[in-house]
Each structure stands twice: as C-alpha cells, then as structure tokens.
Ligand binder design. Structure first.
Ligand SMILES: Nc1ncnc2c1ncn2[C@@H]1O[C@H](COP(=O)(O)OP(=O)(O)OP(=O)(O)O)[C@@H](O)[C@H]1O
Ligand SMILES: [Mg+2]
Length: 392
C-alpha cells in the first residue's frame, strides 16, 4: 500500500474548509456547483495557464457513491458565475447530497495534484493514485439519525475519480481517491474538542472541560446548538435550526441595490463591507463615500434577535448551563449585536472568538486534531491511552 495523507474536511453549507497533510495546505471553496453539459467548451483556453486553478475548477466526477455518476461540474468560484448554480437547500441532508461528495472529492483531488505531493502519491502519466485518511463531520441531526455509518461506508468501499477538465494548470489530470480510514464526527462534539484540547489532544482548558456548555454555531444556512455535559454531547438536547446569515446578507445586498443602484457581486462583498476594519459600513456611490449603516444595522439586528431567541429557548431547557460559545462565520458578523442584546436582556454568560478565522475554521481544526490523533495512536499501538473524551 502506498503512502497516505491526512485530510480534515468540513463541508459547510456556505463553504468547504480543508486542512491537509501536516497542515501545510489549506483550502476554502465556496459550496456552489453548477452542472455542465458534456463537450461544451466553458472557458477560453488562453486563460488556462495564467489563472489560479481555484478560480476555474471544472471537473468530471466518477464514483459509485454518487447518485448521478460521471457528471461534469463547475465548482466554487467558477460556479458562482454560472446561472444554473446550486447551493445546498436548508432542509436537505448533507450526507445524502451529491453536492457534498462533489465538493469533498474535488478538495482532495486539488490537494493530491499539487506538485509538492508528487513524491507522496504515484503518478502514471496523467493519473494520480491518492490515499487519504479522512476526518470529517456531519450535523448532529444526521448523526442522530444514524446517517454517518452509511456515509462512511460508501466512501470507504470504493475508488472515486476526479478528472480535471478545463481547469487552469491541472487540465487533463485524473485523480483516483482511496481512503485508508474515515472518521465521521458529529459537528457539535468537534467544536467542543477544539475548545478544550490542543493538537495532541492534551486538555488545554481544564476549567471548561467539566462545565455544562452550549455551543451555538451560526453558519451560512443553518444554526446548530450543541449541549455538552459530562464531557459528552447530549444528542437528545442538541438542536438544529434552518436559520443562517446568508439570507440577511442577500437582503442587505438587495436593499443597497434598490436604494443606491450599486450591484455588489456576492454575499462575500457584503461580509467585507460589514466586517472591514477601515470604513466599515460604507460603500462608494458614484465616487462618493456613503454610509449604509442604517440598512446593515436593521437587518443584522433583526437576525441577531432571532438568534438570541434560539439561545434563550435552549438555555431555558438547560438551565444549569454555565457558558455559551458562539462560533461559525455568522457569529463573526453578529457578535456586536448579540452582545448588545444580551446586555440589555438576559445577561447570559456568553463568549466569542476574537480571531474570526478561528471561529470559521473551528470544525476543520477539530477534525484535524481528532484524525491526527487517531493516526498517531494507530501507528504506535503501545500508547493506546484512554481518550479523556468520547463522542458517545
Ligand atoms: N471572515 C469571514 N470570512 C468568510 N465568511 C465570513 C466571514 N465572516 C462572516 N462570514 C460569513 O459567515 C457565514 C457563515 O460561514 P460559515 O463558514 O460558518 O458557514 P458554513 O459552515 O459553511 O455553513 P453551515 O454551518 O450552515 O454548514 C457565511 O455567509 C460567510 O459569508
Ligand atoms: Mg459550519
């Protein structure tokens, strides 16, 4: 058997976050795909060499795990520019969508084709055989329904192929993906691990580990609140809601368009406007600096109120909770509003992450810690110490 590489991948509804190898490579790809019709030339060939592969991901994916096989997709940036782009629907199950697998396989293939990995994986002409040990996750809700087992086994059992079509730099390369091992963690549990343990799974937060805590993860399309007690995630109490920040971002974009005639390209542009350090909440209108604070304030404050209601609801049912951590990209955007609300309302003990990257990469970091620990223990069977925390 060839060499294997570690991959920790969080397929978020808004974007995929992946950490590879010894953390020397990271990927963040918008979770957007668009189907392509066979044989249709999509990008000008002249653009192929100069462009960043991530801006032109165009692949054909072959895998028995897919419901629809051998379909050609534009993925990420390239798909956002397409008029038939699909984003995940809030009601859907991550584990049962082809879109989740397309994103996952594409991210692994993008790691595998890198020149730096030429020594790791065998390459026969244009075909690369890549082995991964994968740590990933599913929402608590799906793990509760037992969907993790099926998700894992369909991945483990076969070879999955990503063929790069009109993708800059990688056109014509095929990657055969195989998995040595796959661990599927429940998302809430993973966030807890990241809070209390370092990369070697040593406890870094003794103070926190035996507390009753809530973790409210505000994502693009959904919000999950995990309930942690006795170092475990209480599956029965965890709650998932179909409420994220994407809708509010879209609404801000629309109101700016209507009021000022300014077309922002994407939700990402809205995030920049509301989070930038300089000139926050300002845009340029015909060359004049203009405040959009009234629009962003109203819409974000509304969303924060809804999020606060969710917290209140869960806290009421778990009255002995000691602290709630807000994570996810949505928490970055809503932080100030939630703090203001909390000060004037219930005054719960709540906390945020100062570093926005930490908040957004929480799950991927946790999967990385868990999967590397698994690999370490497996390579050195003599130090099979009892893990201080178990997922069930
Ligand atoms: N610094 C930032 N970088 C990127 N996105 C951000 C940032 N701050 C806020 N966001 C926004 O936060 C939202 C949620 O992002 P996040 O990555 O947490 O969602 P996700 O994990 O992909 O989605 P879900 O949890 O619903 O599956 C996105 O709409 C994103 O635009
Ligand atoms: Mg998320």
């Amino acid at each position: 058997m060839g060499k294997t590489r570690i991959a920790a991948v969080d397929v978020g509804n808004d974007s995929l976050k992946g950490i590879f190898g010894k953390m020397e490579y990271e990927l963040n790809i918008p979770n957007v795909i668009a189907r392509d019709i066979e044989d249709r030339p999509v990008i000008g060939i002249e653009e192929l060499d100069s462009k960043d592969p991530l801006e032109g991901i165009h692949v054909k994916v072959h895998s028995p795990a897919l419901k629809e096989n051998n379909v050609i997709y534009r993925v990420g940036e390239l798909a956002t520019k397409s008029d038939n782009a699909t984003e995940l629907d809030p009601g859907s199950s991550k584990s049962e969508e082809d879109q989740t697998l397309v994103l996952l396989f594409t991210s692994l293939a993008l790691d595998a084709v890198r020149e730096e990995n030429a020594k790791v994986f065998t390459r026969n002409q244009n075909v690369i055989d890549a082995n991964y040990t994968l740590g990933t996750g599913l929402p608590l809700r799906e793990v509760k329904e037992g969907k993790d087992a099926g998700y894992r086994s369909q991945l483990l059992g076969s070879v999955h192929q990503v063929e790069f079509l009109v993708t800059p730099k990688y056109q014509g390369l095929k990657v055969n993906l195989k998995f040595d091992e796959i661990k599927v963690y429940p998302e809430g549990f993973a966030a807890f691990i990241n809070l209390v343990m370092d990369n070697d799974l040593n406890i870094i937060n003794r103070d926190l580990i035996d507390k009753r805590i809530l973790i409210q993860d505000i994502g693009g399309l959904s919000t999950d609140i995990a309930v942690i007690k006795n170092r475990t995630v209480d599956d029965d109490r965890a709650q998932g809601f179909n409420l994220g920040v994407s809708e509010a971002l879209e609404q801000i974009r629309e109101e700016i368009r209507v009021k000022y005639g300014v077309e922002l390209d994407s939700r990402r542009d809205v995030v920049d406007i509301i989070t930038k350090k300089h000139d926050r909440n300002h845009i340029m209108v015909k060359g004049s600096r203009t405040s959009v604070h009234d629009i962003t304030d109203r819409i974000l404050f509304d969303l924060a109120k809804k999020q606060y209601r969710l917290l209140r609801n869960v806290w009421q049912k778990n009255s002995q909770t000691e602290i709630c951590y807000f994570v996810g990209g949505g928490s970055v955007v809503l932080k100030d509003y939630l703090k203001t609300l909390n000060n004037s309302l219930d005054g719960y003990n709540i906390d945020f992450f100062e570093d926005e990257k930490e908040s957004i990469w929480m799950m991927a970091n946790a999967y990385y810690k868990l999967i590397s620990d698994y690999v370490r223990k497996n390579n050195k069977p003599e130090d099979k110490g009892k893990k201080p925390v178990e997922s069930k």
